[in-house]
Design a protein around this ligand. Structure first.
Ligand SMILES: NC(=O)c1ccc[n+]([C@@H]2O[C@H](COP(=O)([O-])OP(=O)(O)OC[C@H]3O[C@@H](n4cnc5c(N)ncnc54)[C@H](OP(=O)(O)O)[C@@H]3O)[C@@H](O)[C@H]2O)c1
Length: 248
């Protein structure tokens, strides 16, 4: 099955973690993949090679999603090199966790710019080619923390909650042009980052999840693939919780 065959996708922040998994899932299903990263040059080159092995066109761009001008330039470059943009996955994100009492203005601004302003920057830039084609699927990576809140993550939670409001608004604005916009709220996803945490602590988190396990990168990538493909052609303005029932 080739769920996104011949489509061109931009995925932000794909040099590692969830974005990396999404890039692989899309390439396996026939999409051409333009992905971004901030500093991991070697990992980006390795991913280009890995993706190209699926017989699709793939290219990594060093581009700061938080920078409005850079996002505009990126989309122009992708349109010039790939011909169009059918799918946008706003995945890039960072954390600067601390309690509000200790949070600096810089920690607030960095998270807002990388997580929320980036979504505005890229979405705004892709609307031109998507409106022209009267086709598009935009997927924004939120978090269960954006739905529920989390002590020590007020900046991150606010940015992820903002993404949900933005997603619903864009779905309302662009639905009539056949451009869909949905969000995904992953729960506890086990990545290289969580592998270094204390096993007892992590097991405690797993025990609290109805499905009794942490999520995998593939769990999130598969949900993203569904929302990117025409399998979800009648779904827009939604936030899909990929959290093993954590929010239930
Ligand atoms: N992991 C979880 O449990 C979890 C749960 C809920 C939601 N999420 C969300 O899912 C997304 C991916 O998370 P992850 O755990 O896979 O993160 P990750 O492993 O830290 O990877 C983040 C990726 O984003 C890139 N990036 C960071 N800032 C960027 C910027 N300003 N411009 C362009 N690229 C940038 C990084 O590039 P470099 O490698 O070059 O730095 C990297 O490729 C994030 O939005 C996160 O908030 C994750």
């Amino acid at each position: 099955m080739h769920l996104v065959k011949g489509k061109t996708a931009i995925i932000t922040g794909a040099s590692r973690g969830i974005g990396h998994g999404i890039a692989l899932a899309f390439a396996k299903q026939g999409a051409n993949v333009a992905f971004t990263y901030l500093s991991s040059d070697e990992k980006a080159r390795a991913l280009e090679t890995e993706l190209a092995a699926f017989g699709i066109k793939a290219k990594g761009y060093k581009s700061d999603a938080a920078n409005y001008k850079a996002a505009e330039e990126l989309v122009n470059q992708v349109v010039a090199e790939f011909g169009t943009v059918d799918i946008l996955v706003n995945n890039a994100g960072i954390t600067r966790d601390t309690l509000l009492m200790r949070m600096s203005e810089q920690q607030w601004d960095e998270v807002m710019n990388a997580n929320l302003k980036s979504v505005f920057n890229l979405t705004k830039a892709v609307t031109k080619p998507m409106l022209k084609a009267r086709y598009g699927s935009i997927i924004n990576m939120s978090s269960v923390v954006g739905v529920k809140g989390n002590a020590g993550q007020s900046n991150y939670a606010a940015s992820k909650a903002g993404i949900i409001g933005f997603t619903k608004s864009i779905a309302l604005e662009l639905g009539s042009r056949n451009i869909r916009c949905n969000a995904i709220a992953p729960g506890f996803i086990e990545t290289e980052m969580t592998a270094v945490l204390d096993e007892k602590v992590v097991q405690g988190w797993r025990d609290g999840i109805p499905l009794k396990r942490g999520g995998t990168v593939d769990d999130v990538a598969n949900a993203t693939l569904f929302l990117a493909s025409d399998m979800s052609a009648y779904i827009t303005g939604q936030c899909l919780n990929v959290c093993g029932g954590m929010l239930t």
